[in-house]
Design a protein around this ligand. Structure first.
Ligand SMILES: Cc1cc2nc3c(=O)[nH]c(=O)nc-3n(C[C@H](O)[C@H](O)[C@H](O)COP(=O)(O)O)c2cc1C
Length: 379
């Protein structure tokens, strides 16, 4: 019932400063912060469950938000190209220390550039660097990286060698099960073998092939059929490698089923559209039964972060756009999404967008509750 998700004092506490104060006690515990602090003590990376790299979606704001829901999930950045890191003017690698454990995904194929960027990643404090061998977009193909590298295992192997010679953090690969007509199981094993021989021991495999011509990147995430058995077979054939699976996984129950066959599960779109799915991850897959924030506590925990972002010249929408799905499937969830979308993109929108959004949500929930109590169908 809705009242159980409303923290005590919510109705008495309407201004932003007070929300901020309320949220202090739901921030990361200080000992956890230390464990993940950049250099120095590092918790061993446990990638049993991860959120997929997603361009334009898993930016630093999104990751900070997701971290409020699960402490252990490994979060991947969007793909960042070596060109952007080496020649770009922006700070593409910046992230918040609270995001750990966090992995940088790199797009590139020049071993020297990849090594240089891996060093940057390590210097910034990333916990892992991952090579994108799965993106099928034309732009990426023109740059000779992404999924087309499945046809060039030796190039990927050279990248692995030069990156591993330059950094101590793990260097991993995210691939497909095949591309175009190079889609036999033996093509996949040849790729894995060559790259593993170069020293890579961790692969996350999107369990569908990519068509490099004729399908858009979006279609390439849905049209080619999922072949989970191929990934399971990989694990059987290469038991010493860490083999993770990705693609079309939508629930933690499915995750648990996959974990009976492979070492880790990566979820992308479902986490983005329904982020609170992460609430069960720490307990189910990391045996950590620390209390999990309610959805409302998650919003409260975001307030100081959003205030800081705005103080630094950013806009609330940069952060709020990732929070639209937080109340998915909950009473008032659509009201929350609509409120944020309709009011969040204005330049003048401030952190009160989120508190007002909560008010709108709670009002809708109260009404629904009243209707229910009176035995009327809810609106
Ligand atoms: C908007 C969007 C952007 C993506 N960007 C990347 C990317 O930068 N690097 C990458 O390896 N995969 C990217 N992907 C693919 C995902 O990482 C993942 O492999 C794919 O969505 C399948 O997993 P899912 O069914 O759990 O979403 C992207 C997917 C989406 C939806």
């Amino acid at each position: 019932m809705y009242p159980s998700i409303v923290p005590s004092g919510y109705f008495q506490c309407k201004n932003v400063q007070e929300y901020g104060k309320m949220s202090e006690n739901v921030h990361l515990k200080s000992d956890e912060k230390q464990l993940y602090k950049g250099s120095g003590v590092r918790r061993e990376l446990d990638r049993r469950f991860s959120v997929a790299p997603m361009l334009d979606w898993t930016d630093k704001h999104c990751r900070y938000f997701l971290r409020q829901i699960s402490q252990h999930t490994l979060l991947y950045t969007e793909m960042v190209t070596t060109g952007a890191i080496i020649f770009g003017k922006g700070d593409y690698l910046a992230f918040n220390q609270a995001e750990h454990p966090v992995a940088l995904q790199l797009g590139g194929s020049d071993p020297t550039d990849m090594a240089r960027c891996a060093v940057e990643a390590q210097t910034y404090g990333y916990d892992e660097v991952n090579i994108n061998v799965g993106c099928p977009s034309d732009r990426v193909q023109n740059g000779r990286f992404g999924a087309c590298l499945m046809a060039e295992p030796k190039t990927v192997a050279q990248c692995i060698e030069s990156m591993q010679a330059s950094v101590d953090i793990p260097v991993t690969v995210k691939s497909r099960i095949g591309i175009d007509d190079m889609d036999e199981y033996q093509d996949l094993t040849r790729f894995i073998e060559t790259v593993a021989d170069a020293g890579c021991n961790t692969f996350v495999v999107h369990a569908r092939k990519a068509w490099l011509q004729g399908l858009s990147p979006k279609q390439n995430r849905d049209v080619p059929p999922l072949m989970y058995d191929r990934v399971y077979q990989l694990k059987q054939e290469f038991p010493d490698l860490h083999i993770g699976i990705n693609g079309g996984i939508n629930t933690l129950e499915q995750t648990a089923e996959h974990l009976a066959h492979v070492d880790s599960v990566m979820i992308g779109r479902e986490v983005y559209s329904n982020p609170y799915i992460l609430a069960g991850v720490d307990q189910l897959f990391y045996q950590d039964s620390s209390p999990v924030k309610t959805r409302i506590e998650v919003v409260q925990a975001m307030l100081p972060y959003v205030e800081q972002h705005i103080a630094d010249g950013g806009r609330v929408w940069h952060v709020a756009r990732h929070m639209l799905g937080l109340f998915q499937g909950q009473p008032g969830g659509r009201i929350w999404r609509r409120f944020l979308s309709q009011n969040g993109t204005q330049k003048s929108a401030g952190v009160e967008l989120l508190t007002n959004g909560l008010d709108a949500l709670l009002e809708a929930q109260t009404k629904a509750h009243q209707f229910q109590a009176e035995g009327k169908p809810s609106a």
